[in-house]
Design a protein around this ligand. Structure first.
Ligand SMILES: NC(=O)C1=CN([C@@H]2O[C@H](COP(=O)(O)OP(=O)(O)OC[C@H]3O[C@@H](n4cnc5c(N)ncnc54)[C@H](O)[C@@H]3O)[C@@H](O)[C@H]2O)[C@@H](O)CC1
Ligand SMILES: Nc1ncnc2c1ncn2[C@@H]1O[C@H](COP(=O)(O)OP(=O)(O)O)[C@@H](O)[C@H]1O
Ligand SMILES: [K+]
Length: 500
């Protein structure tokens, strides 16, 4: 997993690398600028004109080095330095001197000197991880002008004005980048919905910071990587009884689709036997749609009113489409009394827990909850910003000793110790009804096959997002449906199996 470190730790990583590689600070800047330039040229095939806007710290130093490296690679280049040159950092000065006559920078210290920015692209190198307070004054005016321009904006390391690891006060100006090329590690704020319009699409480039130092750092936030996913092996003598016996409790009148999507997803994710408990009205529907499932029928015609857990069930998946009526609430409460297998609780099962929080202590250990932000809010109340949302996620998981995935772009998986891992796969095309039901089935099947629930959660969100990406590639973001995600599960899982 890729650690997500705070600004202080990244500064220390820079310093450790400089002292121990060893490499001079200005050569590390050269390496960073070169890594940025290479990625930039990959992203932007032909750039007629670019303005490089620099502060006087090391982010600005990067900007100067990048401007030098882009000579001959892009069309017209303009360089601006915002701020007082007397306060410039040492490495900024070295790069200032290296610029040469042709790129002679224009200095901006007051409003009258701010250009219109009519280039096709702007590189933002005003502030990076050294930002220590909200951006105001002439810096804020430059940012406003950048944001008002038609140009695409590519930020160096982080958009200027955005704090990497804490809320940015609304008073401070922030660059609205279309792209961000960041050094070595992603910043925590990149995973936050509220920062999306500033960060744009982001990319991380290695700059050779000491791996030894990075791995020693303490953090509770990580990003899932492909190499972290280890699917359960299929062995020659496996049989359906050893490949996971999953009980799916899902559906109600008018919402049998949720049960079908979860059931298909579980079967496509390798589960051996799928028992589906559905209301009477769902029997024919499910039998026809998913012939592989064994259906047990509730006494009630339209809803789930009583669930008797089968013997030898490895995992119980409950929630998609079940509704929150009193009888279903009772059925869940009874199930919680009897169940010993871990549970995957989604959708209305979470809504029932939120309305009856005394039930939370009865949830079997090692169970997982899969709320979207609306369901999560019902469980924990509102939050004032995305950082507080993550704190609430940690506190909830620790208090109830549950694993949880808070779904959305960069779904956050949290374990019982409060460690959070963000999932990088997935796309906005997945914001369509039924996508979450698919995820529930995938996670249930992986737990059923013997993965521990936390590993199953991480692998499940990764596979689900990858299948979503493949579906978007095949169908387009706008047209893809949850069924298309199910259809792409085999390809996604095959990709992971090939990597093993
Ligand atoms: N050797 C290194 O330390 C490396 C640093 N790198 C670059 O250096 C950046 C960090 O550089 P710095 O630490 O010099 O800091 P920045 O360049 O981010 O900021 C410059 C200075 O601006 C001042 N400042 C902060 N907030 C302000 C505000 N709101 N208004 C006005 N002034 C403000 C502070 O005194 C700060 O030190 C990274 O983001 C990255 O781009 C890279 O070149 C990699 C190597
Ligand atoms: N913009 C997005 N980027 C990546 N994944 C997304 C995005 N929007 C939704 N998803 C994923 O799609 C799923 C939606 O789940 P949910 O809201 O429960 O849908 P439903 O209740 O309709 O089944 C989640 O796994 C979520 O992470
Ligand atoms: K920047």
């Amino acid at each position: 997993m890729r650690p997500i470190l705070n600004s202080q730790q990244i500064r220390e990583a820079d310093a450790f690398t400089i002292a121990n590689e060893p490499i001079s600070s200005v050569n590390l800047m050269e390496r960073a600028a070169s890594a940025f330039t290479q990625k930039f040229l990959e992203l932007f095939a032909s750039v007629p004109s670019v303005a490089v806007v620099c502060g006087v710290g090391n982010n600005g130093g990067d900007g100067l080095a990048i401007a030098r490296m882009l000579q001959g690679e892009v069309g017209h280049i303009e360089v601006y330095v915002v701020g007082n040159l007397e306060k410039a950092s040492e490495d900024f000065r070295v790069n200032y001197d290296r610029l040469g006559e042709r790129l002679s920078p224009k200095i901006v210290v007051d409003e009258s000197q701010i250009p219109e920015f009519d280039t096709s692209l702007i590189i933002d190198g005003m502030f990076g991880s050294g930002l220590s307070r909200p951006v105001e004054g002439v810096y804020a005016q430059v940012i406003e002008r950048i944001n008002a321009s038609e140009a695409q904006v590519c930020a160096i390391d982080i958009p200027s004005g955005l704090f990497a690891d804490k809320p940015t006060p609304s008073a401070g100006a922030v660059v609205e980048a279309t792209h961000t090329i960041s050094f070595q590690l992603p910043k925590l704020v990149f995973f936050m919905p509220s920062a999306a319009s500033y960060v744009g699409s982001w990319h991380v480039v290695p700059i050779g910071l000491s791996e030894e130092f990075l791995l020693q750092q303490t953090t509770d936030k990580w990003q899932i990587e492909l190499r972290d996913i280890h699917l359960p092996l299929k062995r020659r003598f496996d049989h359906k009884g050893t490949n996971g016996r999953v009980l799916l409790v899902a559906g109600s009148k008018g919402k049998m689709g949720a049960a079908i999507l979860s059931a298909k997803a579980a079967l496509r994710s390798g589960c051996g036997l799928l028992f589906a408990h559905v209301p009477c009205c769902g029997l024919d529907i499910l039998q026809v749609a998913v012939p592989e499932a064994m259906v047990e029928v509730d006494e009630h015609t339209e809803i789930i009113s009583e669930v008797l857990p089968e013997e030898q069930i490895d995992v119980i998946v409950i929630g998609p489409g079940i509704g929150t009526g009193k009888l279903t609430e009772n059925a869940l409460a009874q199930l919680l009394q009897k169940a010993t297998a871990p549970m995957v609780m989604d959708a209305d099962a979470i809504n029932i827990l939120a309305a009856n929080t005394h039930l939370l202590s009865a949830v079997p250990p090692e169970s997982v909850l899969t709320p979207h932000p609306g369901e999560f809010k019902r469980l924990v109340g509102d939050w004032k910003d995305d950082f507080e949302k993550l704190e609430k996620l940690k506190a909830f998981c620790k208090k109830y000793q549950l694993n949880m995935v808070l779904k959305g772009a960069y779904s956050a998986v949290c374990d019982t110790k409060g460690q959070i891992t963000f999932n990088p796969t997935g796309n906005p095309g997945m914001a369509t009804g039924g996508s979450g039901d698919v995820l529930t089935g995938v996670i249930g099947a992986l737990i059923g096959q013997g993965m521990n629930p936390l590993e199953a959660l991480r692998a499940g969100v990764y596979i689900h997002g990858l299948a979503g990406d493949l579906a978007a590639h095949a169908q387009g973001y706008r047209s893809m449906t949850a069924s298309d995600i199910v259809a792409m599960l085999p390809q996604a899982i095959n990709q992971l199996d090939k990597k093993c």
